[in-house]
Design a protein around this ligand. Sequence first.
Ligand SMILES: [Zn+2]
Length: 394
Amino acid sequence: MRKTAIPSSYPAEGTYNFSTIHVDLSCATPGATIHYTIDGSEPDENSQVYCRDNGLLHLEGKHGSSVSFTLKAYAEAEGLERSRTVTFTYRFNCFAKGYFRHTMLREPADGCPGLMCIEDHDLDRMFLVIGTERAVLIDAGWSREGDLPTLCKELVGKDIPIDLVVGHGHPDHIMQVENFLAAGCKVYLPSRDLELAASFGVNPAPGSTFDLTEGMKLELGNACLTVYEVPGHTPGGVVLLDEENGDLYASDELGSCRRYVPDSAFLQLDPAFTLETNLRALDSFIEKTWGKVKRIFTGHNDDILDGPGYLHALRTAMAKAVEGGEEALRPSYRSAAESMGSGTIAWEGDWRYDPFWAAVNLRFLYDRDRDAVPPKYVKGFQPELAKFDDFLDK
Ligand SMILES: [Zn+2]
């Protein structure tokens, strides 16, 4: 009898620096069932059955130490012999809190600002733009430990002011705010996200930070960053565009999807907004900046995104959800338990092979649905899992 094809995995086995990855299992035989274990034991017919629609397998490392998982899986299909068991080993080698790694993307030159990417222990990304007169760090990471202002000073290597600009008030983007204030740096944080930042324990003294509003310009000498408000991920979120060079710094406001954490771009709308308002905000941003965005630097994507291609994918995903409603959504790539109750995403493209793909988790949009009488939940939303605590413990 012919054998079922052996299972394969995505992403490939190997060593990861990031603390969380999501693994997909599949095989080339249509309709095959995959049994697996993640503790190194031999899988059999009593082992878990893999189902993508219940969320990809979630593997998690530990900061400052090494952890490994041995995943074993076989596939079986009707009328075929079962495949042999294959083994995949995933190792995590995560940085300790307080460690920041940095990489040079562009050396400073007279006509063009320098650009560096700095990542915290969990690889949350920040960007240091080095102009002739000032430097700006965009976002402030997930750890209070470590001295990011001093590292930036060392990286800039000349005596110019270094400002901090925070794109939005989430915990993985704000934790060094107080260190920057203590170092005497000018700190910008959208006022509409101050309350959110305070809820995560970052509570700068009133008046100590500067607001970011539509059309504001931050002059760096040989470069200028223009602020655009793009509410949706958070009420106050902003992005910054260096028009001259086509660089857009987007924090999480235009999505934040790693291929290994495929739908982390939650919409956390202000009660005054709807999904449609968010789509219109995106449309308005695209219209105002058309032809000016060459590339997008986000807080979490593994890659630097192609501006037009990515904006088109994101716009298409949002439009699908607005125009198609519930029927146009698909199960989240991550389980409902991991997605604060949401089992649904709006998406465009495939997270594994499309260069331009986008996935937006609509979890927060349904806070109001929960309070409706009778409650109306979008397919897959599990209110009993709608807790923020696990997320905060990270
Ligand atoms: Zn965020």
